[in-house]
Design a protein. Sequence first.
Length: 189
Amino acid sequence: MLNFREIISVSLILFSVIDILGSIPIVIDLRKKAGHIQSEKATLVAGIIMIAFLYLGESILKLFGIDVESFAIAGALIMFILGMEMVLGLQFFRADTEEAGSASIVPLAFPLIAGAGTMTTLVSLKAAYEGPNILVGILLNLVFVYVVLKTSRWLERKIGNAGFNVLRKVFGIILLAIAIKLFKTNILA
């Protein structure tokens, strides 16, 4: 059964990890290099990756002999580092933006939208939330990602760099708090 509170929590967590608003400068740079970004294709591929990892992630972990709690702790650490990046303006993880030929898939769909942080977060979320609520959270984020990709030029003009920096820092703090909560929950499990 769908739980509105869980859907909102999952949606906010994924929104913070995916950080599509903070990625708009990268999206704009990719548009300049590639000439065109296929928003539909990037959103669809990212969605397939996220949904596949939501349902197959635990099986993949079992294949390597890793329990969900350990992966959730690793995910919490990655989310913590991503939050630190957002708040402090540092960059620990670097996306390879040199490949212009298939920019809608690499690096936009993967790893920018559905990267290691997103996949780790999905498995971590599965340890704390119900699957259907996570699925709805993924779909809501994909709709938002699609809208942002389609309107990135307009958003750049309206909000500006200062506005994006404020949004990035706010969601960075939220992500830090969520990472600490996930760490505490899974370390005691």
